[in-house]
Design a protein. Structure first.
Length: 109
């Protein structure tokens, strides 16, 4: 058993506990992230709004993964179906996805 295997075995109970807490208090955590993002956005007078939104979205996604909310079937974002995720053509960070590289064919639905 290698060093990484030993670490994983020792950290597994802590990960399970954190996962349970994230499931139990997910709403409070997301609310706190939203409040913090709003406060920082106000303090910076909107100068970094796009970066704040991106960071908040990534933090929420990480919290969802930690709470095991992704059931393995693939969320709408991970499958590229933004409409079923409630998005209107924008990703979490408020930016549209980059165009495909030249010469490539766009994915079909």
């Amino acid at each position: 058993m290698g060093l990484m295997d030993n670490w994983k075995a020792k950290l597994a109970p802590a990960k399970d506990k954190v996962s349970g807490l994230a499931q139990q208090h997910g709403g409070k955590i997301e609310n706190g992230l939203d409040k913090a993002a709003k406060m920082v956005d106000e303090k910076t007078k909107g100068k970094y709004s796009d970066k704040i939104q991106t960071g908040t979205g990534k933090a929420k996604d990480a919290m969802d993964r930690l709470a095991h909310k992704d059931d393995g079937t693939g969320s709408a974002e991970s499958t590229g179906n933004a409409e079923s995720a409630g998005n209107t053509g924008q990703e979490v960070g408020g930016t549209t996805p980059p165009p495909p590289p030249p010469g490539s064919t766009p994915p079909t639905s």
